[in-house]
Design a protein around this ligand. Structure first.
Ligand code: ADE
Ligand code: ZN
Length: 321
């Protein structure tokens, strides 16, 4: 059952970098990384904001298009080993040439070439702004997204600290991305409550929400998610490690699925959270009794919500049969 073809919609490319990969690059570049790893060599952080700081510190060793190409290959090989056949990765122009469009094109070319070199798994990129970097930088990020939208860059999203700014502050960036035909998602209802999910729907008009699990605290919002067919990119292991829930048994994913919400399953930043998609499967099976049929339905939902063209979607749905 854990070997069925899997579709992942929520994976941060840099957040998927194994600690050994980051240590190797740091050694090659003579960079010292303080406060990133614990004694056993894993990423070390105490809470969400500290996680974001450690994440951004680790990213400083990713300095060239070639580094991102190497990372892409490593991440896709890892995902493929876990049975993933299609993955959408969040890509950050903030980390790829500081949102300079010419530089971004070079980083993107390296990422796309690396993705094409790994057979048996397809990748699409969701250009992602970082909320705590602010709305101005998000608009520059949206320009990178709009100018490179196409077969590979198919979506626009936002990660980062939900505690600063509002979703609506990023409406101009999202309006530009929508105009360019990109699929839209944003992190909401992770550290922000149900209101942040409402704002994402009202102000950014996204079809998908990254996490969204805090909507479970508001029955009226659950009804709205069901009625509007909003798809949640749920990352249970991430939510537990970052302290939203004490364990998987306390996680609302199963309750939300049974209420008719379109949930999908992803890993977010797997090495940070000591997870992968196979481990998420095992946890959901052991905790909630999810069966092969449950996962098949979840992956059909993911294929239908993927930011890809009709031919790719048809291919994915056929692969899930
Ligand atoms: N960036 C990487 N992982 C994230 C998460 N779980 N929430 C918000 N921003 C992120
Ligand atoms: Zn995320």
């Amino acid at each position: 059952m854990t070997d069925q073809p899997k579709i992942e919609l929520h994976l941060h490319l840099e957040g998927a970098a194994p600690p050994d990969f980051i240590r190797q690059l740091a050694a090659e570049k003579g960079v010292t990384l303080d406060g990133v790893f614990d004694a056993s060599g894993s990423y070390a952080f105490n809470d969400f904001e500290h996680f974001l700081q450690v994440y951004e510190a680790a990213v400083t060793v990713l300095q060239t298009p070639e580094d991102f190409g190497r990372l892409t290959r490593a991440v896709l090989e890892q995902s493929k080993a876990n049975g993933v056949v299609y993955t959408e990765a969040f890509l950050s122009p903030d980390f790829c040439g500081n949102r300079d469009l010419g530089a971004w094109r070079e980083y993107l070319a390296a990422i796309e070439e690396a993705a094409a070199s790994v057979s048996g798994i397809e990748m699409r990129g969701i250009v992602t702004c970082i909320r705590h970097f602010g709305p101005e930088k998000a608009r520059e990020t949206a320009v990178c997204a709009v100018e490179t939208a196409g077969d590979f860059i198919t979506g626009f999203g936002m990660g980062g600290n939900e505690g600063v700014f509002t979703q609506g502050d990023f409406a101009p960036a999202y309006d530009a991305a929508r105009e360019a035909g990109l699929g839209l998602t944003t992190h909401a209802g992770e550290f922000g409550g149900p209101e942040s999910v409402r704002q994402a729907l009202d102000d950014l008009r996204v079809s998908r929400i990254g996490h969204g699990v805090r909507a479970s605290e508001d029955p009226a919002l659950i009804s709205r998610l069901v009625e509007e067919g909003i798809v949640l990119e749920v990352c249970p292991g991430s939510n537990v490690v970052l302290g939203l829930y004490p364990n998987i048994a306390a996680h609302p994913i199963d309750k939300m699925r049974k209420a008719g919400v379109k949930v999908t399953v992803s890993t977010d930043d797997p090495p940070f959270f000591h997870t992968d998609l196979r481990a998420e499967h095992t946890a959901l099976t052991d905790t909630f009794g999810w069966t092969g049929a449950t996962f098949a339905a979840v992956y059909r939902t993911a294929a239908q919500a993927a930011f890809c063209d009709a031919a790719t979607r048809a291919r994915l749905l056929a692969r899930l049969e």
